[in-house]
Design a binder for this molecule. Sequence first.
Ligand code: 1HE
Length: 259
Amino acid sequence: MSDIPTCLQLQRDGDVLIVTLNRPAKRNALSDAAILELEHTFSQLPSGIRAAVIHGQGEHFCAGLDLSELRERDAEAGLMHSRLWHRAFDHIQFGAVPVIAALKGAVVGGGLELAAAAHIRVADASTFFALPEGMRGIFVGGGAAARLPRLIGVARMTDMMMTGRVIDATEGERIGLAQYAVGAGKSLDKALEIAHQVAKNAPMTNYALIHVLPRIADASPEQGLMMEALVAAIAQSTGEAKARLEQFLNKQAKKVGEA
Ligand code: 1HE
C-alpha cells in the first residue's frame, strides 16, 4: 500500500486489511511510533475495507510496551502516554470495521491490551497470556483495566497481575481471553477466514455489534432494552436487511449451519 509505515506492515486481501506488527527482533514490543501508526491506520482505513486482521511477525504476537522507552517518563508524560494508547485502541474497538486478532506466542502486557481491543481473538497452541506489569512494578495503561474484566472478570485479572501467572491457549479460550483455539501456526489462517466471513455481514449489523452492543452491556437493563429496540428498528429498515429477508423467504438464502 502507498503509505508504508515503519512498525507496521499493511496488506490488502480483498476487502480485508492485514495489519502486521513488524518488530520481530523486539518481539513486536509497542513503541510510541508503533502506537501512533496503529492509531493512524485504524482511524483512516482505506476505502472498501470491511474487516481487519492484526497479527505479529515472527514467533510472538506482542511482548507489550517497549520497556526501553519507559525509563525516562515522568508522571505527566506517563498520563499522556496512557491516553495515547487509549485513543489508538479505541480506534480499533470502536472503529469502522470488525477486527480479528491472530494470536501466537507472547500475548503479554500491552500486547494483551491490544488483543483485548479486537472484536474476535484466535489463539494458536503456542499462545501464552500474561500481565507482567505487576512484576515490573507498574500498572496496566493501555485499556486492560476497562477491557479485561469485561472478558474474564475482575478476580482473574487481579490474579494475573498479582501473581504474574501465565495462561496457556487452552485455558485462555476457556476463560474468555480468546473465542477460538486452533493448532500451532494456524491462527492467521483462521483469523482471515473469520474476517472474510464477517466482511460479508450487513454493514448495519457490524456497526451495531461494534458500537452499540458494548454500550448496551454497560447500560442499565432498561436503557439497554430501549437502545436494543432502536437499533433493531434501524437495522431491519435497511435495504440490505430487506433483501436478505426476501432471499430467505424465496428459499435462496443459506440455512443456519449450511456451509
Ligand atoms: C523487549 C520487550 C519489551 C522483548 N520491551 N524490548 N512486557 C514484558 O514484560 C515482556 C518482556 N519480554 C519477555 O518476557 C520476553 O521477551 C518474551 C517472553 C516476550 C519473549 O522471550 P524471547 O526469549 O523470545 O525473547 P528475548 O530474548 O527476551 O527478547 C528479544 C529482544 O526483544 C531482546 O532485545 P535484544 O536487544 O537483547 O535482542 C529484548 O530485550 C527485547 N524485548 N520484550 C522492549 N516489552 C500501556 S502500559 C503496558 C505495560 C506493559 O506492556 S508491561 C509488560 C512489558
